[in-house]
Design a protein around this ligand. Sequence first.
Ligand SMILES: [Zn+2]
Length: 253
Amino acid sequence: MMMHYYIFSVLFGLVLGSFMNVLIYRVPRNLSIATPGSSCPKCGKAIRWYCNIPLLSYLFQRGRCVDCGAPISWQYPFVEFMTALIFLCITIRYGADILTVKYCIFAFLILAGAFTDMFTAFDDSFECGVLPHYCTIGGAALGYIFAFWTEPGLIDSFAGSGIGAFSLYIPAYIYYLIRGREGMGDGDPLFMAMAGSFLGVSSIIYLFTVSALFGVFLGLIAVVVKKNREVKIPYAVMIGIASILYLFTGNFI
Ligand SMILES: [Zn+2]
């Protein structure tokens, strides 16, 4: 019965999405991910376990702390929802297979990296977006491990990460030559390397093209809407969008 797998993947996605929220907030701030437990940023009261159920608690509490009524960020349910949705789509696409496990782990790393980069880029307490090492270098190591017994294979995985990183170093260097300053974060090429280690070298042209198109598209929207030419576009988000799309359309192109 595939339905069991679908339900399981949604529940697993919600739980891991909840854990991802902890990582997204704490890792860039160098806080322990184990202790203390979650608490309300306004009143400091510990969040009881039954108020910490992914998605449902947010809906029942109407987005407010049960103790002080302070609004809870929409980011938490959004991250949980996206993780569960993408886990479900991967399970539908790849079925009861090791590839489903591999791509869910990949999606977790991609979402964690992209969300961390996005939320820190728009947070004034950070100079620029943060891409944690566990999503880039650590993730690439996981990609190599999976390559031992799944496609694309070890050599392809190594080549994918190397060429993936290289594909972004070149435009970053050209931008630097033209504008005289860095236009891309140091972590972005490593994030592309992580994607290449999971998806193989043949994915890089797709990832490079699609992420660049989304970057230009969103950049133009931002310039038009905000009338500001110096809008920060967290490039890890573009790599994230391209990577998730690749899981569902890459084989057809
Ligand atoms: Zn509170």
